[in-house]
Design a protein around this ligand. Structure first.
Ligand SMILES: Nc1ncnc2c1ncn2[C@@H]1O[C@H](COP(=O)(O)OP(=O)(O)O)[C@@H](O)[C@H]1O
Ligand SMILES: [Mg+2]
Length: 350
């Protein structure tokens, strides 16, 4: 097959995505596919050769390792030469139109949030993963929690648009500790765990500066466990044990910053409850192909759903690939199954 691997994009998670994209491209090629890696935002602005040649062109090595800091998007934006308004860089759509399927190695805003999926639906371009509506809902932590609250336990929350005018009121009425997070964040970007009113005020000020809606969620003390889903079946859970205080951006992507245990060392009955809960969320939101749900397991053994990722990290050491490996699905096979399941889901109307 001819597969375009779409990565990067104008997303705070663009570096993670480029890393995913390189690894997926290599794996698909090893399986005999033609795979072309392209940065969705920069496109082919420096490329003058034929598009077909990209399906076997060398893949850059430098973005494999993810920098400890998330990129500055203002600086990224300024680097694109044409300064055009489209989030698809030069020739990206032309390249995608040549492919049998586009592998979405994107993460976060502009990729995981359903807009690329909607554009591809209109253009008739097949792509991997969930459809546009389910992706958009899953990207919105508030909508997701509202929709799944009757099928899983999720920590109590409220949603606010933080502004100078309501920060004092939000602070005064808050019961601590709380987690403050943008409604559509990813990779822990913009997430703060606050234990004091002063920290809360600062987190809310940061949220006001970021703009958009903010989720104020009850903090649940416990173990962090995630469950991947592939083709409607739950994979073994994975426990993440951050070496610092929480699973922030740096802990997610620097080797050794977190210990990951797969399958998680939890009683079989808890594992079953986690897997069943992840599947209920997946089904409730109408997701397809693959996803990864985040939970906290508290001291009483209760499980609390935090969020579900529709385009989870896909480097070989990412969480979902580790979970797949635990049931004998190697990385190349996982990439292949995502492609095949996506084509089937498309035929079935997703
Ligand atoms: N309610 C909560 N209680 C405890 N920890 C939380 C809570 N919400 C988020 N966290 C921590 O913050 C991390 C990121 O939050 P999450 O909701 O998964 O957003 P995202 O991964 O999209 O940035 C989680 O992996 C967890 O470590
Ligand atoms: Mg998460």
């Amino acid at each position: 097959m001819k597969i375009v691997v779409l990565a990067g994009g104008l997303s705070p998670e663009r570096n993670v995505s480029l890393s995913t994209g390189i690894m997926v491209t290599e794996a698909l090629r090893q399986r005999g596919h033609g795979a072309a890696l392209v940065d969705m935002f920069f496109g082919l602005e420096n490329y003058t050769g034929p598009l077909e040649a990209l399906f076997s062109a060398p893949v850059p090595e430098d973005a494999k390792r993810i920098q400890p800091q998330a990129p500055d998007l203002v600086e990224v934006k300024a680097r694109r030469r044409d300064q055009g308004p489209s989030l698809f860089g030069p020739q990206v759509l032309e390249l995608c139109a040549l492919a049998d399927v586009v592998f979405l190695a994107l993460h976060g805003t502009c990729g995981e949030d359903g807009r690329v999926q909607a554009a591809f639906d209109l253009l008739g371009i097949p792509y991997t993963g969930a459809g546009s509506l389910s992706s958009a809902i899953a990207m919105d932590k508030d909508l997701t929690k509202q929709l799944v609250a009757d099928v899983v336990a999720t920590p109590g929350w409220k949603t606010a648009v933080c502004q100078e005018g309501n920060i004092e009121e939000l602070t005064a009425s808050a019961r601590l500790p709380l987690v403050v997070k943008p409604v559509d964040s990813g990779s822990s970007i913009g997430v703060s765990i606050v234990h004091t009113k002063e920290d809360l005020r600062e987190a809310l000020r940061n949220s006001a500066a970021l703009g958009g809606r903010t989720v104020l969620e009850e903090y649940v003390k416990g173990r962090e466990v995630q469950v991947g889903i592939l083709e409607g079946r739950a994979l073994p859970s994975i426990e993440i044990i951050p070496q610092a205080d929480f699973y922030d951006y740096e802990n997610k992507y620097q080797p050794g910053a977190a210990v990951e245990v797969c399958p998680a060392e939890i009683p079989p009955e808890t594992e079953q409850r986690l897997q069943a809960a992840a599947l209920r969320v997946y089904e409730k939101l109408g997701l397809s192909v693959y996803a990864r749900a985040d939970f906290i397991l508290d001291g009483a053994g209760d499980i609390w759903f935090l969020e579900i990722n529709t385009l989870p990290g896909m480097t070989p050491t990412s969480l979902l690939p580790q979970e797949a490996a635990a049931v004998g699905i190697d990385y190349g096979t996982l990439c292949e199954r995502i492609v095949q399941a996506s084509l089937r889901a498309r035929q079935a109307g997703r």
